[in-house]
Ligand binder design. Structure first.
Ligand code: AMP
Ligand code: GLY
Length: 388
């Protein structure tokens, strides 16, 4: 239990390691307890692989992972289990061009069924955008492994991310988060893996939390049990709140990146016992985990060009100048070369802060970001604006 391995090497995994090391967990390769961070290894069956080696694995099985790896399966699951979601229909890739030529419904959301590294969804607000998107889907631009496409009603509302730790029967809800997926300020420009996040999300009142538990979380976990594929691990439910009602936009079968960084900053209870209880099936015996009562925020510092092509190998300056104990920097795309920290990715650093209020946390985080630089680095200056 005190020796673990983590699969994955982004900012999410860095924050999990930071949190667990504080609790006395030691990390090494081939440990008896494995945490799988990203979705792809789950889709590839790594959970079963490690289980067959008698390891404890904090991740759902490949079959339960279909909640994320097939949007079509997830939609059919929601239909079977009466879980609120946008209306949808499904088509073969070969038919999608014709269907979209005759489509008059605006706005409309087009989704690849298969995993596309977070890029398979296009929200079209004009008919021109539909025509542009048509080519991308017809030619499988996003390299989906499925030949199915979904068309979905556009839901107008506010988004929130819900994270649930579960052993398949019982569950604990973590603070609700909001992330900023678009690259540009004011939520403009192309989608990214996430440019920043904060928690708790003031949008989710106690009344909404109650509805989300009854109408979304519980039917989801019960549905998975009834279908013989109990879900164990962390479930990430992307929600759209429309006129006070929660709808599921998507499921992910892992922690969000960068939402996890914010959650790890807030979590005061030890995480390891919850992970073990999720695997062993005794989550019910644990109380709700404790979280810092204030707010946390994370800002992704990125390489110029991201989410398209970007340069690598730039030395980062200013990392030693951060001395605020409420600020943590999680490395998402860096490498140590000759004692220097250099960039290796698009999302490079997750500068994360906590404070009594979101405004104070935001001030702290941006004070730190200003001190850190490399050639062509950039970050969004408005993370958290929706809540302020
Ligand atoms: P996903 O990859 O499923 O998270 O979708 C990416 C983004 O597209 C979401 O975060 C939403 O902002 C948006 N989106 C997806 N489905 C819908 C929908 N039915 N209505 C409105 N926006 C949506
Ligand atoms: N931050 C969004 C995600 O992890 O999918």
């Amino acid at each position: 239990m005190n020796v673990m391995s983590i699969i994955g090497n982004g900012g999410r995994e860095a924050s999990l390691r930071w949190k667990l090391e504080k609790e006395g967990v030691v990390f090494r390769e081939n440990a008896p307890f494995v945490i799988i961070g990203p979705e792809q290894p789950i889709a590839d069956g790594l959970t079963e692989h490690y289980k067959s080696m008698l390891k404890k694995v904090f991740a759902p099985t490949k079959l339960a992972g279909r909640l994320e790896t097939s949007k079509l399966w997830a939609k059919q699951f929601m239909l079977r289990n009466d879980i609120p979601t946008a209306r949808w229909n499904t088509y073969k890739r070969t038919a999608i061009a014709d269907i979209l030529d005759y489509n008059e419904q605006i706005p409309i959301v087009i989704k690849e069924d298969g995993l596309c590294g977070g890029k398979g969804v296009t929200v079209c607000k004009t008919l021109e955008e539909v025509l542009e998107a048509k080519e991308l889907y017809r030619t499988n631009h996003f390299k989906s492994n499925s030949n199915k496409i979904l068309l979905e009603d556009f839901l107008e509302g506010e988004e929130a991310s819900c994270f649930v730790l579960t052993d398949g029967l019982d569950y604990k809800v973590l603070p609700y988060c909001q992330d900023h997926k678009r690259v540009g300020e004011g939520d403009t420009g192309p989608n990214t893996g996430g440019m920043g996040a904060y928690a708790p999300a003031p949008l989710i009142t106690d009344e909404l939390d109650f509805k989300i538990r009854r109408e979304v979380i519980e039917p989801t976990l019960k549905g998975m049990q009834n279908e013989g594929i109990p879900y164990k691990g962390v479930l990430y439910i992307g929600l759209m709140i429309v006129e006070g009602e929660p709808y599921v936009i998507e499921y992910n079968v892992r922690f969000g990146d960068p939402e996890c960084q914010v959650l790890m900053m807030l979590m005061e209870s030890d995480l390891a016992p919850y992970m073990e209880a999720c695997i062993e099936g005794h989550l019910r015996e644990l109380q709700a985990p404790k979280f810092y009562e204030g707010s946390a925020i994370t800002v992704c510092m990125c390489s110029g060009g991201y989410p398209e092509e970007y340069g690598k190998g730039f030395p980062i300056s200013g990392l030693d100048s951060i001395d605020d104990p409420d600020v943590q920097i999680f490395h998402a795309g860096t490498e140590e070369v000759d004692g220097k920290c250099i960039t290796t990715g698009g999302r490079v650093l997750n500068v994360t802060a906590k404070a009594e209020t979101l405004k104070e946390a935001q001030d702290k985080v941006y004070k730190a970001c200003k001190k850190i630089k490399w050639e062509k680095s950039f970050y969004r200056k408005d993370i958290g604006y929706k809540a302020l």
